[in-house]
Design a protein around this ligand. Structure first.
Ligand code: MG
Length: 281
């Protein structure tokens, strides 16, 4: 416990694609140095993304990050066992994590989608229905990365080619079955209706508060689907998308950073770290 330090302890929640990682090639060269500064300042860095546990574990290992992380659009929080110095409620132990679930299992989602597909007679092909070459073609991912992306635990992504009217029918069926659809630029991801990046950030923020006492929560994202996370933190940062434009931010609290993806991430981190000194151990 590091309670009682003079200034609040920062906890950074970050999106991955197009924020910490380059939007096109998933590289992190540009954010690497800032990331090392975050680590040496002992500031927790929590990944909060639509990515799966397998995908996030890949980047946790590559970047040597050992903090909790939030997967599949706020569907679940994975806390390494023994990370916090106190007991807290969780749903499952999976491998070496205590898992707090907000969403529902992918098996449930796929069963419900099968029913909806039968009722609506719509072409709803999910990642779970595709073979690896097809998935690589649709996502543009290399086979190993596509394997990690398909290891869904709490969501299913479909590749919709639907009219606006068909979409409305789909959305009302999803809602009726306790599901939530989140549109991306090309893909459409379906989770349990309570999966929410913002609620996951709040739940985890409470645990950090218990651990550290005074905490200031920070969020960095690039897209519309990061706004629930940005709305849930005390200091929200929005980096630019390729083309040097910002996703339309609905809140004046959001600090817009003039830098695309990892270049913006680096600037945001410099602002966060300015004037911050390490708490006494
Ligand atoms: Mg993103």
């Amino acid at each position: 416990m590091k309670e009682g330090s003079a200034s609040p302890r920062p906890v950074i929640f970050t999106d991955l694609d197009g924020t910490l990682l380059d939007a096109e090639n998933y590289a992190f060269d540009e954010s690497r140095e800032a990331l090392e500064r975050v680590k040496s300042a002992a500031i927790p860095l929590v990944f909060c993304s639509s990515k799966t546990r397998a995908e996030q574990e890949y980047y946790r290992a590559a970047l040597d990050i050992a903090d909790p992380f939030i997967v599949e659009n706020g569907s679940a929080i994975f806390v390494p066992r023994g990370y916090f110095g106190f007991d807290f409620p969780f749903h499952h132990i999976r491998d070496h994590y205590a898992v707090i679930e907000l969403g529902i299992s992918v098996e449930n989602i796929r069963n419900l989608l099968r029913e909806i597909r039968g009722q609506l007679q719509l072409p709803l092909t999910g990642f779970g229905d595709m073979d690896l070459p097809e998935l690589c073609r649709i996502t543009g991912l290399a086979p190993e990365a596509a394997c990690r992306a398909r290891q869904r635990e709490y969501s299913e992504t479909i590749v919709p080619s639907l009219s606006a009217a068909e979409f409305r029918r789909l959305e009302s069926r999803l809602a009726g079955k306790g599901l939530l659809g989140v549109p991306g630029s090309r893909l459409y991801t379906i989770t349990g209706k309570n999966a929410d990046k913002g609620r996951a950030v709040q739940r985890l923020g409470e645990l950090f508060r218990r651990e550290f006492g005074r905490v200031i929560t920070i969020g960095v994202g690039d897209s519309q689907n990061d706004f629930p996370m940005l709305n849930a933190v005390e200091r929200p940062f929005l980096v630019q998308k390729p083309g040097r434009r910002w996703a339309p931010a609905d809140s004046p609290r959001v600090r817009k950073i003039a830098g695309v993806g990892p270049a913006g991430w680096k600037i945001a981190i410099a602002e966060i770290l300015a004037g911050y000194t390490l708490p006494n151990p």
